[in-house]
Design a protein around this ligand. Sequence first.
Ligand SMILES: O=P(O)(O)OC[C@@H](O)[C@@H](O)c1c[nH]c2ccccc12
Length: 386
Amino acid sequence: MEGLVPLQTAPVRVVSSSLYLSIKRSVSGFAMDTTRIKFRAPSIRAQQTESLAVASSSALTIKEWEVDMYQNEIAISQGIRIRRKPPTKAPFGYSGPFELRLHHHHAHSPRNILEEITWYKDHEVSRMKELTPLDELKKAVEDAPPTRDFVGALRMAHQRTGFPGLIAEVKKASPSRGILKEDFDPVEIAQAYERGGAACLSVLTDQKYFKGGFENLEAIRSAGVKCPLLCKEFVVDPWQIYYARAKGADAVLLIAAVLTDLEITYLLEICKKLDLAALVEVHDEREMGRVLGIEGIELVGINNRSLETFKVDISNTKRLLEGEHGRQIREKDMIVVGESGLFTPDDIAYVQSAGVGAVLVGESIVKQSDPEKGIAGLFGRNISQA
Ligand SMILES: O=P(O)(O)OC[C@@H](O)[C@@H](O)c1c[nH]c2ccccc12
């Protein structure tokens, strides 16, 4: 946590600035005062305006490039391999303090699927923001009905059944498994999950890679499903949190492999403000260590699938809960969610004995012609009643 600015000085003003830009300004502490550059122009004489504008825009381009580079430096220092944007060439041949680093940024194509999704998301979000600016979302959020208690629902289900609380996933397809269900009716699936005893639901909202959508989230909510809903997205910008809340989410996913510690801290703060639960997802020891250093996390997900290689190994959950990390998790009373690759009652028993209080399951139950029965098959008994 060293190097973090206290939250009150971190920029809470998210209007029209991307998360990573605003955060990085505060982290690296250098003066990137774009407002000043812009505001100075009108006050000078007309014939100077144009050349100044050119100079300012070069200065701005350089500063923006530097900001990206600083962002990468911070991420690299935290062991984050996912680059948040395709690296661009240094503007005007300028390399600043990064001369020695530049050879790391040659690859202009994504190195793995998570990086590809993250780059695409950045692009998608900037387009969506133009259609629905943050101010508009803020108004929608004010009028939105209150959220339902995601964490409470998991704890209650655990008490009621003696099994880890189930987050059942409404997922049509994935980059690793292709189409999971052709005749996909999100509302029907959600209702079947609820009847089958799911504590909460996870709804994929990514269109391009998972064939999901925010319309599914909205439709499930307005169909009267009572289970709290997790918006399963690749969050790279605070705008997405407001959007998820406006579309009926009760919780959002934050992936530690793509977000720096400060970004997670900042996004958690926004979730708190909007009454949303946050599921912070890790895949390895390093990410688990980082997440344990961040205050205020109630739900930590251990993904058994690598989003870089697609390799699935459920012993990942056990490994990450051993030793010092497991001790800290118990001490903090966090709920651990075992995620991905769970198919049988033995799999459930295995991750339960490793220490999870909840599981996130998609493929094995969504594929069934009757997802309600799929849940009973997964647990080895009907969990819809006590
Ligand atoms: O279908 P599975 O193997 O049961 O996995 C569900 C869920 O864990 C998986 O969809 C998931 C976990 N973390 C993610 C992050 C993004 C997209 C998807 C995921």
